[in-house]
Design a protein around this ligand. Structure first.
Ligand SMILES: [Zn+2]
Length: 401
């Protein structure tokens, strides 16, 4: 039975996403034949599959938790051109999961650190660095250079952007996401018959309802597993073997050690890949995802806060993070009231006083501002970018975490 199934899978082999004329123009050197010998001896891959890998160009969006294992294995597998897009620097808190980078790389650009590691892994391949924000302005031009896109981003704005530009350019978008002990992956490729990200999630969730890794935590090895699954999917699409995760979402629960598969359907009403699409070019994703322009939460920038302090203005600064975060880093004179206690402890605050509320990045504090406004506080402001921005722009001695 098992044998029959595997024969069926083999015969249902997908067509490679690499055009035959591109792969046939590629040769393998003696060193490459040796390096990839464990691929070449498999009848599903052979030199033909390896040449497709060498002809292939894969883009990893993000050189972080998901991008690290994906890029490492794609480099090792011999993907001819590997592109990375990121603009962050390596921080100590990254190293618990972002295995492209080492302790000696702290403070370096993630892309330079990644390039050094990947070159050591495989000097035969070409590595292209895109040191910029993957944005509506840059995304289409970058994606045009590649055959397969690995989305290793950690925010909704980039996910929608990555989805849309891949649909426009008819490139498979290998999706991955992680949250604490759980992760999921799928391949979005409407041009190959599956749905896109917007078919599943037409609207982004309210920004404060979805914490990222910095707020919720993640088991370090979890993005390792999901990122590796993403690289497997990319390799299958390129070699042209197996059943890709098109129209299927694989969910992994590390605590139960359980994989579950969900069937995904295309939405005919989808605004990018549906029957009557209404979106044909990148939109403003920050606005779409509510990252700014939330009229119910008045904001104040870190520069404005600094000016208030310097001018000796009267106001109270409230920190709504958790006590352990307060131990790591704090802004002088801030009063700690964790978000979960803000409603019951609101009476500790004076309603006529101006309040500035901050957290790590500005999301929890936005929620606190809403809660306080509901309780009759009129002069309450959210510190945009949180203590992270304070450390970046005002006081670099405040540790980042
Ligand atoms: Zn769609």
């Amino acid at each position: 039975m098992l044998r029959a199934e595997s024969v069926l899978t083999y015969s249902a082999m997908q067509k490679s996403v690499i055009a035959e004329e591109r792969a046939s123009g590629v040769g393998l050197t003696k060193e490459e034949l040796q390096r990839y010998s464990r691929h070449l001896i498999m009848p599903e891959v052979t030199a033909e599959g390896q040449k497709r890998l060498k002809a292939a160009r894969v883009l990893c969006i993000g050189a972080g938790g998901l991008g690290s294992p994906a890029a490492l294995y794609l480099a090792a597998a011999g993907v001819g051109k590997l592109g990375l897009v990121d603009f962050d620097r390596v921080e100590l808190t990254n190293l618990q999961r972002q295995i492209l980078h080492g302790t000696k790389d702290i403070g370096r650009s993630k892309l330079e650190s990644a390039r050094d590691r990947l070159r050591d892994m495989n000097p035969e391949i070409e590595i292209e660095l895109h040191e910029c924000r993957f944005s509506s302005e840059t995304a289409q031009q970058i994606v045009a250079e590649y055959d397969v896109i690995i989305d290793g981003s950690d925010n909704f704005a980039t996910r929608y952007l990555s989805n849309d530009v891949c649909v426009f350019a008819e490139k498979p978008n290998v999706y991955g996401s992680v949250f604490r002990f759980e992760g999921q992956t799928t391949v979005f490729a409407p041009h190959l018959g599956g749905p896109c990200y917007r078919c599943l999630f037409p609207e982004p969730p309210p920004p404060e309802s979805v914490p990222n890794c910095a707020q919720a935590g993640v088991l370090g090895v979890l993005p390792g597993i999901i990122g590796m699954l993403q690289s497997i999917e990319a390799i299958k699409l390129i070699v042209g073997i197996g059943d890709p995760l098109i129209g299927r979402l694989l969910h992994f629960d590390a605590l139960k050690v359980q994989f579950r598969e969900l069937k995904l359907r295309r939405d005919p009403q989808c605004p990018v890949c549906g029957e009557n699409p209404t979106i044909f070019a990148p939109i403003d994703y920050d606005q779409f995802c509510g990252a700014r322009d939330d009229a119910s939460v008045p904001g104040i920038s870190v520069q404005e806060l600094k000016a208030k302090m310097d001018a000796g203005e009267a106001f109270e600064l409230i920190d709504v993070r958790e006590p352990f975060e307060f131990e790591i880093a704090r802004i002088d004179r801030a009063k700690l009231i964790p978000l979960g206690e803000i409603s019951e402890r609101a009476d500790e605050l004076r309603r006529e006083q101006t309040l500035v509320v901050h957290c790590h990045s500005g999301r929890r504090s936005a929620q606190a501002v809403r809660l306080l406004k509901q309780r009759g506080f009129a002069n309450v402001y959210n510190l945009e970018g949180g203590i992270d921005a304070w450390s970046d722009f005002i006081d670099p001695t405040v540790p980042k975490y």
